[in-house]
Design a protein around this ligand. Structure first.
Ligand SMILES: NC(=O)c1ccc[n+]([C@@H]2O[C@H](COP(=O)([O-])OP(=O)(O)OC[C@H]3O[C@@H](n4cnc5c(N)ncnc54)[C@H](O)[C@@H]3O)[C@@H](O)[C@H]2O)c1
Length: 330
């Protein structure tokens, strides 16, 4: 059985949106994660931190090593915070070691066949997700499978899995160890039992479930991506610079981080992809702004590529991107 020893479990909001409902446990003790990139590494870290026996897989030894290095440094930062705050924040050195002891990383999907649930966080490409599901089924896996997709229809992915009653969307937010909210999206054929177990798991991971319907962008990206797209138009039309637009939302709307800085963190290719999904389902009001498309065409994808609305070095912004500042015409 898993042990509940993650230091953050009691500190995070747990069942805000499900209060009043008595939930039995998820019955899950072994978690599999597919993909050890930005999201998969955060999900695997969180699962292991919360006491789950966790196996994460990716395609190559290099990506596995890169992902594990990221997890180790994230846990080390939490230990640093624990020591600095006299135990108020973060996790102890023992909790870090116990987390790493519960976490294995491999390159083959066959390492996941004994899992109670698999959380798929591979790249946002339907063809790749479909191929992964077909391979899981080929290996004899037919238990719970959830996708962290930001924008692909859950019902469509469930059909690709072929066991739609055991499939649903579990949309974690970035950075996973910090953000408490998880969108929970049922496909058309998701069973009540799958829904119940996944919501329970969400709480056992120390997260708060936010229900959303299987429509393009679900709830969070349906609201957030058009906001980003409009902020890009504000820059493109010379109304504000990126920094002015971001500071305006912080100083006037009390946002913690502006839309363009956040978009640089998420990846402009990801934002563009979601814009396209939204406009396909809801029409031209959601069409991506030309500047967003140009930046992606130029390979300027935000923090991960070194330039987006800002220039980036070692994960920190070091000023605005001159290519974008040009739009501030007088
Ligand atoms: N980045 C975000 O802020 C964010 C937020 C919420 C949800 N998501 C969603 O999470 C998922 C992952 O996004 P990400 O940002 O972590 O992407 P990423 O590119 O950082 O990581 C994806 C990982 O998947 C791996 N991968 C590719 N094909 C694979 C395969 N066949 N088997 C195993 N691993 C494979 C890649 O090697 C990579 O390590 C996507 O569906 C995305 O829409 C992303």
């Amino acid at each position: 059985m898993r042990r509940q020893i993650g230091a953050s479990a009691s500190k995070l909001p747990s069942t805000a949106l499900s209060k009043g409902k008595e939930m039995a446990g998820s019955g899950i003790s072994r978690i599999g994660v597919i993909g050890i990139g930005t999201m998969g590494s955060g999900i695997a870290q969180t699962a292991a931190q919360q006491g789950f026996d966790t196996v994460v897989v990716d395609i190559s030894p290099e990506s596995v090593e890169r992902g594990m290095a990221g997890i180790r440094s994230s846990l080390d930062r939490m230990v640093g915070s624990f020591e600095k705050s006299g135990g108020e924040r973060g996790i102890s050195g023992e909790a870090r070691d116990a987390t790493l002891a519960r976490l294995q990383a491999h390159t083959g999907l066959e390492m996941l066949t004994d899992r109670d649930i698999i959380i798929e966080a591979a790249v946002e490409r339907l063809d790749i997700k479909e191929e992964i599901y077909a391979r899981l089924v080929g290996l004899g896996y037919n238990r719970l499978l959830v996708s962290n997709t930001s924008s692909i229809s859950i019902t469509r992915l469930a059909a690709a899995y072929g066991v739609p009653e055991n499939f649903m969307g579990m949309h974690f937010m970035n950075p996973v160890p910090i953000q408490p909210g998880v969108e929970i999206i049922r496909g058309l054929l998701t069973s009540d039992e799958t829904h119940r177990r996944v919501v329970s798991l969400c709480h056992e991971l120390g997260k708060t479930d936010i229900p959303a319907e299987d429509k393009a962008g679900f709830g969070v990206n349906r609201m957030w991506v058009p906001f980003v797209n409009e902020a890009v138009r504000v820059v493109e039309e010379g109304v504000m610079t990126p920094d002015e637009a971001d500071r305006a939302t912080q100083l006037c709307l009390a946002h913690k981080m502006g839309p363009l800085m956040t978009a640089d963190f998420v990846g402009l290719d990801v934002v563009l992809f979601i814009c396209n999904v939204l406009s396909e389902e809801f029409g031209s009001a959601y069409t991506a702004s030309p500047l967003l498309k140009r930046l992606v065409e130029a390979g300027q994808l935000g923090a991960k590529s070194g330039a987006g609305f800002y220039l980036w070095e070692g994960g920190r912004s070091v000023g605005m991107n001159p290519a974008v500042l040009r739009y501030r015409t007088k």
